[in-house]
Ligand binder design. Structure first.
Ligand SMILES: [Zn+2]
Length: 462
């Protein structure tokens, strides 16, 4: 018996697998577990892979924190759509800057930042928390193509005079040598976002501060954050501090006339960590539920302001192929099992020849969004015995009749000569009719498949 290969469809009918990318969905991707792990790694509670070996970040003090910088750079480099660089500003000072270029207005910049240096060992709250949050926001937002540019900045030497941020902000406004002033539209600095200690032994009051001043559109950032708090569900209570503190990196952006705010635990209600600037500032004292909420809020701000491009990274799965739902992008199909692109598979549709898990990357300019991976099964099947299936009359003018003696559940499609599906149905009946009166004269194919057998029958419509 002749054996052929046919794709069999095991998923649930012709369902569409949707990967949503609403602002709520992006905020929901903030992972408490990711934040806990990153704070533990950054504060030296837990060893981690850096530069190919298991190492412990035992210091983030400004003149002994290159390992922390390497850790941050490596984590950011693992995400799509980012360009990651060190920005050296003196012999010991080194910012880590990751840029996600906007596809529509690349000169419009939104910047999220935190300082990674510390005054002594551990310093989990100050400021492994802010760094972990920036990395988590980068992980989530880097999967999206955006209208505007997002910059993820991790500053060095905050603790000895806000030096890293000062250098960056000064460079941003430098107009010598033909440079133009960077169009930074919003800065959110996260410094100490993990302590909520009111009412010891209870859950805390979830109060946090937004430190703002009436500089450029800083008030507007505060308003946008409050709007997000009111639009979505948070377990947070906001306290607006105006005039806000100048004692962290955002103030260096104020100095240059940029819009900026600080988001963090509530110094205003005297609810900052009691272990401030001591090696008692350990991961055990971090309230990760609270920190997760603050990270979600800031994610919501950048998801809103960056402008999510309507690039559709959803897929439709049919019995014979996978199709991207994006109609105008570029495509690259991916083998998820090897995490490699499939050579030559750059069309909107893809017919796998082996069973496996597949995804598609759709791109717009230099930005790429990847779909979820879907499972696709290709089974070796036999053709039906000619006595099992009868399709008649052929040629046909009005009613096409199908007799099924196989006792198998059938998946039947009627395709035109280009492969376009005109009718799709599933049946266990032993007789059915398909009205083809509306079809133009020509050649058509009836594909009939069970889980184990298939046949394709050519018919002529008169
Ligand atoms: Zn700090």
């Amino acid at each position: 018996m002749k054996r052929i290969f046919t794709v069999i469809y095991f998923v649930f009918g012709l369902s569409q697998l949707v990967y949503s990318q609403s602002i709520q969905d992006l905020m929901n991707q903030v992972s408490n577990a990711n934040l806990q792990l990153a704070v533990s790694e950054l504060s030296g509670e837990q060893a981690t892979m850096i530069n190919g070996s298991l190492q412990t970040i035992t210091s983030r003090v400004y003149n002994n924190n290159d390992l922390a910088a390497d850790f941050i750079k490596e984590r950011l480099e693992a995400f799509p759509n980012l360009t990651v660089e060190f920005q050296n500003f003196n012999t010991s000072g080194k910012n880590v800057i990751a840029t996600q270029l906007g596809q529509t207005n690349p000169d419009n910049i939104y910047l999220v930042c935190a300082h990674y240096d510390s005054v002594t060992t551990y310093c989990a709250d100050d400021n492994a928390t802010g760094v972990a949050a920036v990395i988590e926001i980068a992980r989530i937002m880097s999967t999206q193509c955006t209208d505007n540019t997002i910059i993820y900045a991790l500053w060095d030497e905050e603790e000895i005079g806000l030096r890293g941020a000062n250098f960056y902000a000064s460079e941003a406004v430098d107009e010598t040598n033909g440079n133009t002033r960077d169009n930074i539209l919003g800065v959110i600095n996260m410094d100490m976002i993990g302590y909520d200690g009111d009412a010891p032994g209870t859950a805390g009051d979830n109060e946090f501060d937004i430190d703002v001043r009436n500089i450029a559109n800083s008030i507007g950032i505060k308003d946008d954050l409050i709007s997000i708090l009111n639009t979505y569900t948070f377990n947070l209570n906001v306290i607006v501090v105006n005039p806000g503190t100048t004692a962290s990196d955002h103030s260096r952006f104020w100095n240059q006339g940029y819009s900026a705010v600080l988001v963090g635990e509530s110094w205003e209600t005297n609810d900052q960590t009691p272990d401030y600037h001591t090696s008692g500032d350990r991961v055990d004292d971090i309230d990760f539920q609270y920190m997760t909420e603050l990270t979600k809020l800031v994610t919501g701000y950048f998801a809103t302001k960056a402008g999510l491009l309507s690039l559709d990274n959803t897929l439709t799965q049919s019995p014979t192929e996978l199709a991207s739902n994006e109609t105008s992008g570029s495509y690259q199909w991916i083998n998820c099992d090897t995490n490699t692109p499939i050579n030559g598979e750059t069309n909107q549709t893809f017919t796998p020849v082996t069973s496996g898990n597949y995804a598609v990357e759709v791109s717009n300019g230099s930005c790429v969004e990847r779909s979820i991976c879907v499972s696709f099964s290709v089974l070796s099947t036999e053709e039906f015995n000619p006595n099992d299936i009868r399709v008649y009359p052929n040629p046909v003018t009005h009613i096409l009749k199908i007799e099924n003696q196989s006792r198998l559940s059938l998946h039947i499609t009627l395709n035109d000569i280009s492969g376009k599906k005109l009718r799709t149905l599933k049946t266990k009946k032993d007789y059915l009719e398909i009205d083809v009166n509306d079809l133009t004269s020509g050649i058509y194919f009836v594909e009939i498949a069970s889980q184990t057998k298939s046949s394709t029958i050519k018919i002529v419509k008169e």
